[in-house]
Design a protein around this ligand. Structure first.
Ligand SMILES: NC(=O)C1=CN([C@@H]2O[C@H](COP(=O)(O)OP(=O)(O)OC[C@H]3O[C@@H](n4cnc5c(N)ncnc54)[C@H](O)[C@@H]3O)[C@@H](O)[C@H]2O)[C@@H](O)CC1
Length: 483
């Protein structure tokens, strides 16, 4: 698991650490790590010696890191130029170090650059980038290096222009190939559109983690976590002990949702899938191992319910939703079931002790919460989770999972390939299977999003993706993950 901390927590930890170390130690550690990463990148594209390196230098310590790293690269024979955004306010010791190493300053963007270091702003940024910086950032994609390739862009700590605590990108912002960050990850590295701007994120250890005393703002699962958490049948397992998942999905109008949620559920760890709804004939024809009924009340025993995908919003749908919410089982509500919650008619039904998971996309989120997730997607998901007392999985490029207690996870495996009809039904089925297998709802949601994202990526290798492709890719993805 990787973890990200907010700026205030990073600042507090830095203060603690700085009080234990000689002045300037942290910046020297950060700059040395940054220079090493830059040298490795240049080694892959013609070497450090003779490379043209452009430093974009703002007025704070982020600019200081950049100047010291530039000095280190200049000592190795790179031609290093610093474009000072505010020449009247610059890290003077850093600038002196650069000059002493043979680097110099420039007023304009050079015609050629192999590597650009973005040190305009780091975690001290407030608001969007100001005008001169924004114009420079806009021009960066035009810069070419010695091979004619686009100049590599390395963001120092965070890409300038992103909102560090929320991952929002309010205006012009740097798009980096690599972000070299210091001490710990910050939310912008893992959530929202900022995460996409970071490129590869490389963490330089400056000794911060031991003094980070607060809980992380965001957690990110890794493949090893999935392998450790995924339930596997044992010698004494049977279909019931592995869990039975019930699906109240699909309708005469949307039988496909029933099929897709069934496919997702069948790939999960539960031992049996029961389907209850008007698409039961289609489901059993496509998936002979699914046990079907026409209504929730007739479905037989299950350990968790999935309700909503393609269910419709009429009276029958309302009855089925009431039936699943009346159980004392974990329930996942998706799509139409979320729409049915709007207006508070089901507020009574929601007062349940058993776990509830909601899986809205932005439109459903807006209907339910009364406003769109906005700039702070993680914060918005956490507020909805607290309000509904449910685990909320907010779909997006970096799907967020938030608990009523404020624990937040960001999924790193998302892909635009999943932005196609029906993939949410597959996700709901898979997540329901994990709930039925007995996983805590937050873990089930994190695991389902992770595997679903990988399946989307795998399906995309063969061309344009449809939801059945994602469902088909779940099994090979799991085979790889679980070894
Ligand atoms: N504090 C520490 O112990 C360490 C800090 N480090 C570096 O220091 C950085 C933080 O330094 P600072 O606190 O000086 O802050 P920054 O360097 O991130 O930015 C603050 C400066 O940028 C200007 N600024 C703010 N918003 C702006 C905007 N939207 N457009 C243009 N200019 C803007 C401000 O006027 C201020 O002078 C980190 O990101 C990291 O790179 C590292 O050296 C590691 C150790």
């Amino acid at each position: 698991m990787r973890r990200a901390w907010r700026v205030a927590d990073v600042r507090a930890a830095e203060k603690t650490l700085m009080s234990q170390l000689p002045d300037g130690t942290l910046m020297q550690r950060a700059a040395a790590g940054l220079a090493r990463r830059c040298a490795l990148l240049l080694d892959q594209s013609g070497g450090v010696y003779g490379a043209q390196v452009l430093l974009l230098v703002g007025s704070g310590d982020n600019g200081g890191d950049t100047l010291y790293a530039g000095a280190a690269l200049a000592r190795r024979g790179a031609q290093v130029r610093a474009l000072l955004l505010t020449p009247e306010r610059v890290h003077l010791a850093g600038l002196a170090a650069l000059r002493a190493a043979g680097g110099f300053t420039t007023r304009d963007l050079p015609v050629r650059s192999d590597l650009v270091l973005d040190g305009i702003v780091g975690i001290g940024a407030s608001g969007g980038l100001r005008a001169p910086a924004a114009a420079i950032v806009r021009a960066l994609p035009e810069l070419r290096g010695r091979t004619g390739e686009r100049a590599l862009v390395v963001a120092v700590d965070v890409p300038s222009g992103v909102a560090v605590d929320t991952g929002d990108v309010p205006g012009e912002a740097v798009t980096a190939d690599v972000t070299v960050t210091f001490g710990c990850l910050k939310p912008a590295h893992v959530v929202g559109p900022a995460a996409v701007r970071c490129g590869l994120v490389d963490l330089v250890d400056i000794g911060l983690e031991p003094v980070l005393v607060t809980d992380p703002a965001v957690r990110v699962p890794e493949a090893a976590d999935l392998a450790a958490w995924w339930p596997r049948p044992g010698a004494t397992s049977d279909k019931y002990t592995r869990g039975v998942v019930g699906l109240a999905t699909g309708s005469a109008g949307y039988p496909g949702a029933a099929l897709l949620s069934s496919s997702g559920a069948l790939a999960g760890p539960a031992g049996m899938v029961r389907y209850a709804g008007s698409a039961h004939r289609e489901v059993v024809r496509a998936h002979p191992s699914v046990v079907v009924a026409s209504r929730v009340a007739e479905a037989g025993r299950v350990q968790a319910w999935v309700c909503g995908s393609g269910l419709g919003t009429g009276d029958d749908a309302r009855t089925e939703l009431r039936s699943v919410l009346a159980t004392s089982l974990p329930v996942l509500l998706d799509a139409d079931a979320i729409t049915l919650l709007v207006g508070g008619e089901h507020a009574e039904d929601l007062r349940r002790d058993a776990p509830l998971v909601l899986t809205p996309h932005d439109g459903e989120f807006k209907r339910l919460a009364g406003e769109a997730p906005g700039a702070d997607r993680a914060g918005a998901a956490a507020r909805l989770a607290a309000w509904t007392n449910a685990v909320v999985l907010l779909k997006g490029d970096r799907t967020i999972v938030a608990t009523p207690g404020g624990e937040i996870w960001a999924n790193p495996t998302g892909t635009p390939a999943l932005a196609t009809a029906g993939t949410g039904d597959v996700l709901a089925g898979l997540l329901g299977s994990l709930l039925a297998a007995g996983l805590p709802p937050v873990r089930a949601a994190v695991m389902a999003a992770y595997v679903h994202g990988l399946a989307g990526r795998r399906a995309a290798l063969d061309g344009p993706v449809t939801a059945p492709d994602v469902a088909s890719a779940l099994r090979p993805v799991l085979a790889d993950l679980l070894g």
